[in-house]
Every structure is written in C-alpha cells, then in structure tokens.
Design a protein around this ligand. Structure first.
Ligand code: BGC
Length: 828
C-alpha cells in the first residue's frame, strides 16, 4: 500500500502559530469595524446589556460556499461582550432565536440530496443557489425588557450570503424584515441607549434611521472572522478607537444605485448584464451625478478628531507623491486614514468627478501628536483610457489633487499642471462588445466649471509631458521562460503526462503525493520523475481546510466534519460514507484561522495590516503543505446585492488592487506559496453565473474591472490568476486571449499560472482547448473526463504541442519552488 503523506497534526492542542494568527485576526478586526453614527453614547462602560437580533444570537463570521473557513472556535458578539465584562441579560430571547434557527435550517435542508442527484453539471455549480436565510426571531416582549434590567440595548442585524446566490432586495436581506423593524422600534421605546450593529457582508438599507428616530449609535461590524466579537467589545468600550472606513458608498435607497432594477434577474433577464453606468461605479457615480449617498465611500468615525494639513507634493516623471500631516486634535489616541483623490481635467474624454489615487494610514497617534503620511502613485493613476486610440492618455490641463476624510469631505490642496496631452501606454484593443452598450450620459454638475473653481488659489506644480515615459506594449508571441530543472522534467514527460498535469485531480482529490484534507483539488504528482503534487485550497477569509479528518485503517483520508455548511443538510447515510470512524481511525487536525472577510479587510485601509494577514495565511500554507491559495477575491462591488461581495474588497479598483497587492506580498513572502487572484474578470453577479454575459465598453473594462487585477500583478507580483465563470462581452473569460494573454501577460508582465474556476469548462460552458490556447494553464478541478477530452484534442491535431509545453512550463516553474517539492524532492 502506498504511503499516505500529510502534514496535518495528530494533536488538537492549541499551537503557538494558532495563537499568533488569532492575534493577527483580532487586530485586523479591530481596525476594520466602522463607526457610522454616534451621538456620544459610545464608548460604553461595561455593565448589564440587553442583546437582541440574529447577529447577537449567532454572529456571522463570514459568508458561505468556497469562502467559508473551518476554524476551531469563533468568538461572537455575545461571548466578546461577556469576556469584556458585560452581563448579557436577554438570554431567553437569544435562546429562542437559536431554536428558531435550528428548526428553520433543518426544514430548509430537507430534500438536498434529491436536488443534487437531479442536477446536470452546469446546474451543480450552483448547488448553493437557495441558501437558508437567517430568521428575525420573535417579538421583544415587555417581560424581556423588564428582565433585562438595563437602559442599554444592542441590536445586531445579521445576514449571510455566499456563492451561487445573490442577495435579495425584499424585506429579509437588503432591507430589514418586518419583525426586525418592529423590534428596533420597541427597543428604542424601551431603552435609553440603543446601539444598532450591522453584521452583514455588504451594505444594506438603513432607512430605519429615519423611520425610528432615537437610535444612538450605529456600527458596521461587517463579518469579522473568529476574533470579531472580541474586537467589537473593545471598540464598544473604547479600549480600541475605531479607525475603519467604508470601502463602498452606501446608497440612501437601493434605487439610487445606477440601473438598480436591472441587476441580475430583477429585469427578467439574468443572462445579459449591460454595464450601462460605464465607469460611473460607486462614488464615481454619486459624485458625478450629484446623488447623495447615505454614507460615502471612505467614511468612518472615530472617538477622537483629526486635523489634516497639506505639506508637500512632487511629480517626478511618472512618479507622484503627496504628503499630508495629520494631528490628533481630540482627547483619545487614534489612527487616521489619509485618502488622496484626483480631479482630472475634463478634456476630450469625459471623466468621473474624482477618483482615489492612493491612501495611507497613521500609526496610533496620542492626543496632540502629529504624523506625516506620504502617499505615492504613478502616472497611470491619473490617466484615462482613450478608446479611439487604444491608449491610456494623460490629457493636458489641471489635475487637482485633494486629501479627504471620505469621498465627499475632500479638501483640494495642489494643482498638477500638465503642459501637453501625452500617450502613457499604447495598447491594442481587447474584448470588443458584440453590440454597442447604451451608456449613461453625463449630466450636472458641470465638471469643467467645478474644476476651475477647485484649482483657484492652490499651489501649482508644473508637470512636463517631456519628462513622462510612454510605454508601447509588445504583443508578439511570448517567449518560454523556464528553468533547467523544468526543461529536464518536460523532456522526461510524455505528452499524455504533460496533459495530465494541466488538469486538476477532480473534485474527489485523486492521489496526491501530499494530502491536504479539504483541498479544492491537486495537481498531479510524478514521484518517479521527482515531481510533487501541489494542493490548491480556498479562501479568502483564511485557508479553507478540513479541520478534523481521519486517516482510516485502509489508508484513506476521510472527513470528520462537513467542509461547507450546506453539506450538513446531506442525509445521514451519505455523511456516514464520507466520514471516518473516530474510534478506529487516526484523527488529523488542521486549525486554520478565520480572518475578517475581504470587505472587512479593505475597511482597515491598512496595507501593512493586510500584508500581515497574508503572511499569517502563508504560515498556515507552509504548515499544511498548501501551494496555491485560491484567494484573494477581488471583483468590484458593482451592486450591493452581489452574493459574493463579502469576499471582495470594494467598489473602487485602486483600493481593491492595493489590498490584493498587499495580500499577495504577504502570502508570497513565504517561498513556494502563491496567491490566486480571482475571478478574472467582471464576475459581479451570482445569478446564472456560469451562463451570463457581463457586457461593457473597453474603457469601463480597463478602468474599473481590470484595474485592480493590474495593480495586484504589478505591485503585488501575484503568481496565479483564476478566470471566472461568466462571459465577458459574450466570450467565456477562460476563452479570452485578450484577457488571459494580451492584458495579463503582454501588458502587465504576469509570468505565473492561470487556472479556470471549478467546472467552468464543463459541457456547454467554456471550451477546453480554447482555454489553453487563450492562456489558461490549468483546467480545474479537472478529472478523468477532462483529461480524456484534452488528449483526444491533441491526437486530432486541435491542440498543439507548443501550447501544451508552454502551459506545462509555466506550471512547473511554480511547482519547482513549491514547499512540498522542496521538502520531499530537493534532497534526492
Ligand atoms: C468558486 C471559486 C473557488 C472554487 C474552488 C468555485 O465554486 O467560484 O472561488 O475557488 O470553487 O472551491
């Protein structure tokens, strides 16, 4: 019998690494919770507290689906408060909620297996399309209030979403449920101090603030991973001063979101999504069209006050820098985010009113203390994509730079005057739309007039076009760049073996050289040729692994706990077949850390912090032998109802890109550990995700939907990319040479591996041969059927050896450096 190798531990004792990473998760959570409203009620002194709402009874730490993390223990809000010295006096209400939840969930789960068996493979991708929505709980009674014996109430609204399903507008997801409204109204009547907490992975309707005046404070908890409850309690008591800020604009009403009622299937057509708002996404829309959001992008309050002052700015060739001095003018210590925006000249090309070009954050400033924050950016951040010229262009004129507390409260500080229009990057066209997209035309306010007013009286920096370097991209064939070892390996592999390497092991896992229980798939091992397998594991809120598994007497690795929440609905017999026997088998443990979700991490606006989270994930990858982390997710928050928003960072490409770059640097600081930035690209809706087409013009695509990926590759050196399920302008993204080769490799210089999303090349979806030819290297999760089809294509002359070698070379270069490869084969 072949030896089963694994790095999972046979002991479940808490390790030093776990403790360290738990602390990182805590610190990230503490910097990410956003204080939205506070009439002075916060911070609170610990005492008795009445706690209500779904998020109080069961705090949602993250979303569902592949973004779940199976951690040892999550500290929710109730536990966090109790640990911090509060006494929760509404246990009856919380217990009743939990009972309702269990009953509702059990009823919802019935019939799951039947449904699974009746599905074809394209529908199987959407197995979680009908998630269980958390209940509101029962009415708060007079007795609840009386027994709570306090004047302080915390009401936590919770929602959980995840892959395969979008959120719903109706009164139980984006909007409050009737019972929630009623209970919040009752709470405001009954208690002197009411704090509303939003435990949701994306924005929601907050009209309750007008409907029920008297709510004293509002916190956006988002979804904070396993240490969220503790971080929350520390924010509540003021032990930690909130320093998080929104990574999205929150609309006053859902209808304020551009083309709100055309999202997903709301207009009766889920298959065609025309991005009619073009580049006007998020604050770019609210700003340019004069629509007031409820909370602007970048908004977040503190228990102290800060003063910002312009210090200096410089433009040197393609590089720019703005320095702002921050003074803590309040009474308690705090951190401050500095956001730098640019109002670009409104020349031939119409532009958004302003855009974020960079940001920074101070350290913890004591009252009265000052710190200078320098934000650097490159010329690309100021350029716009000219569709006629197929080029990023800097138009001559005034670039007014401004520092901001958020996207509305901004203070223009310096004018950069560019003497001549210049082409910054000469590209070729990519991803042409099949038909013209009818786009939003710009109305008031008049940006040109505004621009002049803003520039008045500000210091001026002359920026000479002659000092700026233009890049002309080379689209000629890519050269193979491998290593001696990889060349030797490839010479020793038959074409069939190479083809096998370019497909994953299938969902059941194949026979990896090193087992990582819970891996989403593996690449194949050829131990006799010295080539190790690699494990690919999900994210982005941590490493999604099997927490407890069993090594059976027969030498198999089996689950002990279900990997995804929906699997708990499977009938007992099926679960029994999947799981080991705790009495007979050796139990294996992998204790991964559940970090705050993507949106929450972005709300820290702290690139160093995200890099630390990345490095902590890298530690776990090394410990368990994971090579590819299927994260971070970085699609744009185009609409608040996208079910996977929680996994992604922001509505803004620069914030998204910088977060992903920081995460990539952190993870990849561990040799042989790679991030996989996903889902490339324009995967902004879950409804019919594997059949729908995101349609947009090239400028929108480049400036909004590709920009973050570009930054992650250029600034973070991301080594792997996952293409998406959707079509882009009617071409499946894995089949787009423009995306996978032209933009990614030829323009941005990406030299890593591109893989498809799971089952996205199944029958009737993206074409497998074309996926390789377009620049994908790995078809995931692969499996026998997939390999058979590719082999046949090679034999029939539909797939060339050149393409196979190129893909194989790219994969093996990463395999050569991977941890297990070095550990098991280098010394041989
Ligand atoms: C998701 C990916 C994930 C993959 C592997 C897919 O359903 O879209 O984000 O990485 O599964 O679990």
């Amino acid at each position: 019998m072949e030896k089963v190798r694994y790095k999972a531990s046979v002991s479940d004792a808490v390790s030093e690494r776990e403790k360290r990473n738990r602390q990182v998760a805590y610190e990230a959570a503490a910097e990410s919770i956003v204080l939205l409203e506070n009439d002075g009620v916060l911070p609170l002194v610990p005492g008795k507290v009445a706690l209500y709402g779904g998020g109080a009874a069961m705090t949602v730490k993250g979303g569902t689906g592949s973004g779940e993390v199976n951690e040892r223990h999550s500290v929710g809000i109730e536990e966090g408060l109790e640990d911090a010295g509060f006494t929760v006096t509404t246990k009856d209400w919380l217990t009743d909620w939990r009972q309702k939840y269990e009953e509702g969930k059990a009823a919802h789960g019935k019939g799951m297996l039947k449904k699974m068996l009746s599905m074809d493979s394209s529908a199987l991708i959407n197995i979680m399309a009908n998630p269980y929505r958390l209940p509101a709980g029962r009415k708060i009674t007079v007795a609840d209030v009386k027994n709570s014996d306090t004047d302080t109430c915390i009401y936590v609204v919770a929602r959980q979403a995840g892959e395969c399903a979008d959120r719903e507008l109706e009164r139980f997801d984006y909007q409050l449920m009737d019972m929630e409204r009623e209970n919040i109204r009752r709470a405001v009547k009954a208690y002197k101090k009411v704090i509303l907490v939003i435990n949701v992975g994306s924005s929601m309707d907050m009209s309750i603030l007008e409907e029920v005046p008297g709510i004293n404070a509002v916190l956006y908890y988002c979804q904070q991973g396993m240490e969220g409850g503790r971080a929350f309690a520390d924010i509540l008591t003021g032990k930690v001063n909130p320093s998080g800020a929104l990574s999205d604009s929150w609309a006053k009403r859902y209808l304020d979101v551009p083309y709100a009622m055309e999202f997903a299937d709301m207009d009766g057509n889920a298959l065609e999504a025309d991005y009619k708002e073009g580049i006007y996404v998020g604050y770019r829309y609210y700003d340019t069209f004069g629509v007031k959001p409820r909370y602007p992008f970048g908004y977040g309050r503190s228990y102290t006050t800060f003063e910002l002052a312009y210090k200096d700015a410089r433009m040197e060739g393609n590089e720019g820098r703005v320095e702002v001095e921050v003074t803590n003018t309040g009474a308690v210590a705090g951190k401050k985010i500095v956001q730098i925006y640019a109002y670009c000249p409104q020349g031939e090309m119409k532009k958004e009113a302003k855009r974020l070009i960079g940001f920074g954050k101070t350290s913890l400033l004591a009252p009265g203390a000052k710190e200078s924050v320098a934000v650097t950016f490159d010329a690309h951040a100021l350029a716009s994509y000219d569709e006629e010229k197929a080029a990023y262009v800097l138009e001559s004129g005034d670039y007014v730079l401004a520092y901001g507390h958020d996207a509305v409260d901004v203070i223009p500080c310096v004018v950069v005057k560019l003497d001549e229009t210049i082409c910054l990057e000469q590209c070729e066209h990519i991803c042409p739309p099949e038909r013209k997209i009818e786009e939003l035309s710009r109305k008031a306010p008049d940006q040109e007039i505004l621009q002049k007013e803003l520039a008045e009286g500000l210091p001026v920096i002359d920026w000479k076009a002659a000092d700026i370097q233009t890049v002309v991209y080379d689209y000629s064939e890519l050269e193979e760049s491998t290593t001696e070892t990889v060349e030797r390996w490839m010479d020793g592999l038959s074409v069939d073996e190479m083809i096998e390497l370019l497909s994953g092991s299938g969902v059941m896992g194949g026979k990896p050289y090193l087992n990582v229980p819970g891996a989403a798939a593996y690449t194949k091992a050829y131990p006799e040729k010295g080539i190790c397998s690699t494990a690919l594991c999900d994210g982005p809120a941590g490493l999604r692994l099997q927490r407890v598994s069993a090594l059976t007497k027969k030498g198999q690795i089996k689950a002990m706990e279900m990997m995804m929440d929906f699997m708990n609905n499977l009938p007992g017999v099926v679960k029994k077949m999947m799981t080991g026997n705790p009495k007979k088998d050796t139990l294996l443990y992998q204790n991964a850390t559940a970090f705050p979700v993507g949106t929450a991490l972005a709300q820290t606006w702290n690139q160093e912090m995200i890099e630390r989270v990345g490095s902590a994930v890298g530690d776990e990858m090394e410990e368990y032998g994971v090579t590819f982390w299927l994260a971070p997710g970085m699609n744009i928050h185009r609409n608040p109802l996208c079910g996977r928003n929680y996994e992604y960072y922001s509505e803004d490409p620069v914030l998204s890109g910088k977060c992903a770059a920081a995460m990539s640097r952190g993870v990849q600081s561990h040799p042989g550990c790679y991030v996989t930035i996903k889902h490339y690209a324009a995967n902004n809706q879950e409804t019919q995700r594997n059949l729908m087409s995101s349609n947009m013009d090239e400028r929108t695509l480049r400036e909004i939907y590709l920009e973050g990926f570009r930054i992650a590759v250029r600034e973070g050196g991301a080594k792997a990319v996952m293409t998406s399920y959707n079509k882009l302008n009617h071409v499946y993204t894995p089949n787009s040479y423009d995306l996978c080769t032209k933009a990614l490799r030829q323009e941005w210089g990406f030299d890593g591996v591109v893989m498809t999303d799971w089952m996205s090349t199944d029958k009737g979806l993206a074409d497998r041969v074309q996926a390789y030819e377009s620049g994908n290297d790995l078809l995931m999760p692969g499996g026998k059927g997939c390999v058979k089809e590719v082999k046949a294509a090679y034999q029939e002359g539909r797939l060339s050896l050149d393409v196979i070698r190129q893909c194989c070379g790219r994969l093996l270069v990463l395999v050569e450096e991977s941890g297990p490869q070095r550990e098991y084969f280098k010394s041989r």
